[in-house]
Ligand binder design. Structure first.
Ligand SMILES: C[S@@+](CC[C@H](N)C(=O)[O-])C[C@H]1O[C@@H](n2cnc3c(N)ncnc32)[C@H](O)[C@@H]1O
Length: 390
């Protein structure tokens, strides 16, 4: 069956790799999505295992329509009883691009009327709409006059792992944080540090990766569970297989924040998911602290400066740069920020750059390799070794 996984801009290739890992075929990265093929097992695994996916759609119906009446007729003409009964609730989410259909809410309303009318005509009864917690979630995508109607197999967005503390003002999306860790090529053997960890999203995602805990492990409900063809034995065997792989290896994952409230949130998240052995959290100013490990990787999301004066945020990023240079030789450092002028003040040579979106904010995700010893000295030693090897 053809399937589509939605993600964030910039994470399409990471998601494609994740899909290859769960046995998906014909994997084709698109804009903010990856198309792929697979059977029911792949569909269930996609919902359980993909760290950078937001939802998994199953396209069921493609058609063209140029007017509202045509749209109504096309939706009305499709046999909805294959997917739902009049006893179930449903919701429609539409996204419209182009000049013909501009209002996605109106589009959802028309499609809803067509489905309800079909059931009423055939059975005398109608399914109800439940925008919050529907049994069946329908997704309509229209570009000009081309419609794709899909069943949303996930329901609530997959980025919600269940540990999020809503009190932090600027948390990273969990799927974005996981994508940053995967893009950085982090492996659990490498000590990881987030010196400005806020509510702890990066360290939580890293610990879940290290322990092979599926991102949706703590989630009770997915929309595919209300489908007529839900195979609970297959779902159980997929969960059992995943459970066998969960382990608690020796890891070095540390978070730190200057704000005690953030420290508490990060600690609470790790306690709730029983990852407090894997993650250690400290309180302090990054620039005043000693590194928690002799070498390793930093992945961090500093403040972007919305609430600070320009001069202060520039000085802060300059301080980040000098602290890294003085204290973190031997680390690979990844920084995400939407503040292009500030990030430039870090003043270190970048070795990799990605564009990612933190909500609506376009961000740079930059890598700095902080060599142990000067680059000149490193090169001198490399040349010496090469000469000796000759
Ligand atoms: C954008 S938030 C990080 C959000 C985090 N990634 C999350 O998902 O919750 C930036 C964090 O940096 C912290 N911070 C600011 N200045 C700091 C400093 N000098 N040392 C350590 N932490 C600092 C703030 O308290 C804030 O929690």
């Amino acid at each position: 069956m053809k399937l589509l996984a939605k993600t964030f801009h910039g994470l399409e290739n990471v998601l494609a790799e994740e899909l290859a890992g769960i046995g998906a075929t014909n994997i084709t990265p698109q804009r903010r999505a990856v198309a792929f093929e697979g059977d029911k097992e792949v569909l269930y695994k996609a919902n359980l295992h993909l760290r950078t996916a937001l939802r998994i759609l199953v396209p069921i119906y493609n058609f063209k329509a140029d007017t509202e009446i045509e749209l109504y007729n096309k939706i009305h003409g499709y046999d909805w009883a294959q997917h739902m009964s009049n006893k179930q609730t449903f919701a429609i989410d539409s996204v419209a691009f182009g000049d013909i259909f501009k209002h996605s809410k109106f589009l959802s309303l028309k499609a809803k009327d067509a489905i309800v009318d079909q059931f009423r005509e055939k059975t005398g009864d109608r399914p109800s709409v439940d925008a919050e917690n529907p049994d069946i979630s329908i997704n309509i995508h229209v570009s000009e006059n081309k419609f794709t109607v899909s069943l949303d197999s996930s329901g609530e967005s997959l980025h919600r792992r269940g540990y999020r503390d809503s009190r932090h003002k600027a948390p990273l999306n969990e799927a974005l944080a996981a994508g940053m860790i995967l893009l950085a090529g982090w492996s659990k053997e490498t000590p990881l540090y987030d010196p400005m960890c806020g509510s702890g999203t990066i360290v939580m995602e890293a610990a879940m990766i290290a322990c092979n805990i599926p991102p949706a492990w703590h989630r009770k409900h997915f929309c595919f569970m209300a489908w007529k063809d839900f195979d609970k034995y297959l779902w159980k065997s997929i969960r059992d297989e995943a459970e066998k792989k969960i382990e608690h290896p020796r890891t070095y994952i540390a978070g730190n924040d200057i704000d005690m409230k953030a420290v508490d949130m990060a600690k609470l998240a790790s306690l709730e998911f029983r990852l407090n052995r894997e993650i250690s959290i400290t309180k302090g100013a990054f620039e005043e602290q000693d590194p928690p490990f002799r070498r390793g990787m930093i992945i961090t999301n500093p403040p972007y400066g919305e609430r600070l004066k320009k001069t202060d945020i520039f000085a802060f990023y300059k301080k980040i740069g000098s602290t890294l240079k003085q204290k973190y030789a031997g680390y690979d450092v990844w920084v995400i920020s939407s503040n292009e002028d500030a990030i430039y003040r870090i003043g270190l040579k970048t070795s990799e750059k990605h564009i990612l979106y933190n909500g609506p904010l376009e961000c740079q995700y930059l890598k700095y390799e902080l060599f142990d010893g000067s680059l000149k000295e490193r090169k001198r030693r490399q040349n010496l070794k090469r000469d000796l090897d000759k």
